[in-house]
Design a protein around this ligand. Structure first.
Ligand code: SF4
Length: 415
């Protein structure tokens, strides 16, 4: 997960009495410990997550009977479904078999969270949406700040405040939404107050790809920040997109197996309706500041864009989202797309084969795959070249970018 979403999700767990916290920031120890229990052929996210969990097992006072690790799973075609069983095996082999691995699945839209499932799912969804919003504010402000570090400092400060709202127990969903809206308005105003020079012209780079590597700054060597230093601005595909996709898949499965007139379909529709409602309410507090950064109304829009290249009925997983989102961002005036994937990730490999056709259909929009395996590589040089290509594309593109009103030369933002 992305850092902000994970922090807020841990708050959602605490709100139902589970003493949750996020794993410590990944480090060289993470890769070393993860490397000791993997063969070298696994995906980087596996190595990073196992390494981080093992670091916790080595903390002073660690009690295996009082700890559970949260590691979702999936039944899709890739290796992610193996992460949780593999983690259980590693823990077993290390004499830590008492540690519980909590493992909800994307097959049932992550419904299987146990007794507090309903409440955790509701507030967990709010956590993911708010985490996405916070990340958007960070990415749209940081490239333009006048004093380096202002945005990141405010991001941390606001994250802490919002996490406290997430962790409040005994709040009905409507009261939690109301409190989150108030917190988001404060967050929005604080971001507006950061001294910044909003001048149009920076190349806008869309970041798509494998969800963990794309969102985890340790794994992707902080690509977004590097792009900003080279003069670009990033639009990062968010986490909610994946949840909407798993919902869509769940609906497809229900319809295929049982048709539309059954309890499962009704429950699914109600859940989706609620999720849309929460998302809409949370975005309402900040919508004006996100003009020009609008996500698709529904995931079907991305899937329709992907259809001519990777039909979503036949191709499962993030590859359809990466391809569809690339075309969506082209329409929003992006100047280049970087697909971030772990080395050997099948989603990245499939997309890499498709991207030349996608680029051809999008006025030769520059699209580049970047693979990460936890070993240092010269990502800076690759990005420098890519930013040059993006600038050349920017000069000849026909799809203009819509800038928010607070950019110079655009009407003042009305409060
Ligand atoms: S999406 Fe890629 S990196 Fe992630 S588990 Fe699947 S194959 Fe591995």
């Amino acid at each position: 997960m992305a850092y902000a979403s994970a922090r807020l999700m841990s708050g959602a767990f605490r709100s139902v009495g589970i003493e949750a916290r996020i794993t410590p920031h990944s480090s060289a120890d993470t890769l070393e410990l993860g490397g000791l229990v993997s063969s070298g052929e696994e995906c980087l996210p596996h190595k990073v997550t196992v390494g981080d969990f093992l670091r916790i097992c080595r903390e002073p006072g660690f009690d295996p009977q009082k700890v559970a690790f949260f590691m979702p799973t999936a039944q899709g075609p890739c290796r992610f479904g193996q992460y949780a069983p593999y983690l259980r095996r590693v823990l077993q082999e290390q004499g830590l078999g008492d540690v519980l691995v909590l493992s909800p699945s994307s097959a049932d839209g992550y419904d299987g969270l146990g007794d507090s499932a309903g409440e955790v799912m509701r507030s967990g969804w709010m956590a993911l949406v708010v985490g996405d919003i916070l990340a958007k504010f960070q990415l749209k402000t940081r490239p333009y700040e006048l004093t380096a570090g202002d945005t990141d400092a405010l991001f941390e400060e606001q994250l802490e405040s919002i996490e406290a709202v997430m962790a409040k127990p005994n709040l009905s969903p409507s009261r939690r939404i109301a409190r989150l809206q108030s917190a988001l308005i404060i967050m929005r105003d604080c971001f507006r107050a950061i001294p910044a020079r909003y001048e149009p012209g920076r190349p806008l780079i869309g970041l798509v790809g494998e969800i963990f590597c794309r969102l985890n700054t340790f794994s992707n060597e902080d690509v977004a920040r590097r792009i900003e230093r080279l003069g670009g601005e990033c639009w990062l595909s968010d986490i909610s997109e994946w949840v909407w996709y798993t919902n869509w898949r769940q609906q497809q499965d229900i319809v295929t197996e049982q048709g539309r007139f059954n309890l499962d379909y009704l429950k699914h529709c109600l859940k989706t309706h609620k999720q849309h409602g929460y998302e809409h309410s949370l975005y309402a507090a900040v919508r004006q500041d996100l003009i020009g950064y609008e996500e698709p109304q529904e995931v079907g829009e991305i899937l329709r864009l992907s259809e001519p290249f990777l039909p979503p009925q036949g191709c499962l997983g993030e590859m359809v989202l990466s391809v569809g989102k690339t075309i969506y961002l082209y329409g929003k005036g992006a100047d280049g797309i970087i697909d971030i994937s772990p080395f050997t990730c099948m989603n990245g490999v499939v997309c890499e084969a498709i991207y030349p056709s996608v680029s051809g259909a999008c006025e030769l929009l520059p699209i580049r795959n970047l693979y990460f395996d936890g070993v240092n590589r010269n990502v800076e040089r690759d990005l420098e070249i890519f930013l040059d290509l993006a600038r050349a594309y920017q000069r000849r593109k026909t799809r203009p970018r819509r800038y928010p009103a607070y950019f110079e030369g655009v009407a003042r933002l009305s409060k």
